[in-house]
Design a protein around this ligand. Sequence first.
Ligand SMILES: [Zn+2]
Ligand SMILES: [Zn+2]
Length: 235
Amino acid sequence: MLLLRARAGLARSSFAVINTAALARCTGADLQAKFIFRNTDPLTRRLQRLPLPQGEGWGEGASKSFRQSRDVDLEFKARELLRQLGAGKLARQVRVEWNPRMKSAAGRADYRERLISLNPLLRDHGIEEIDRTLRHELAHLLAQFRVGRRRIAPHGPEWREACRDLDIADEARCHNLPFATKAYPARFVYRCPNCRQEFPRVRRIRRVVACLACCRKHNGGDFDPRFRLRLSAHC
Ligand SMILES: [Zn+2]
Ligand SMILES: [Zn+2]
């Protein structure tokens, strides 16, 4: 399963997955406003189908530099967290790596490999963001570990419970944050009717979206039509 997330500046965002909502943010603007989709968007569905990393970057062939991308400090932290939660076996197995081949994904959890991959671009978003992403991905591993072979939804109740245990109870279950690689001028400006936050966008938003901050604050991170964004300007 693919999970991505990132946060920057004052606002937080993330990227990921599955059944319900997905957030995205506008690229290009300093304003890191986030919104949340009503339904799964095609991109996240597509991401889900991508092959698992298979220990990508782990001591194979030409990936010498990747071998150095293992992060022992984060790994130590991940192990401590898991150990405290009684998942000693998983704690011994988990690995955390920085994967420079990741593009828009901020993080990824591969249960089979017991591997958490983080996008090096996260480093630009501060320690808090890295920690949050680590915990989000850890929650995926922990949730699967707890249920054994049973199949669970990536952001289902088991994951939520794991998030609570990992002190990220407010984590939105779906998030979608493309890292900005290029700045485009925003032509459309959307606004949250509740907090008045503006969401400049390069393109018109075709889907129903709501303000992530307000959905988090008032609806546990799930899509809430009360906070649907309205087009307030375009240029
Ligand atoms: Zn996730
Ligand atoms: Zn709002």
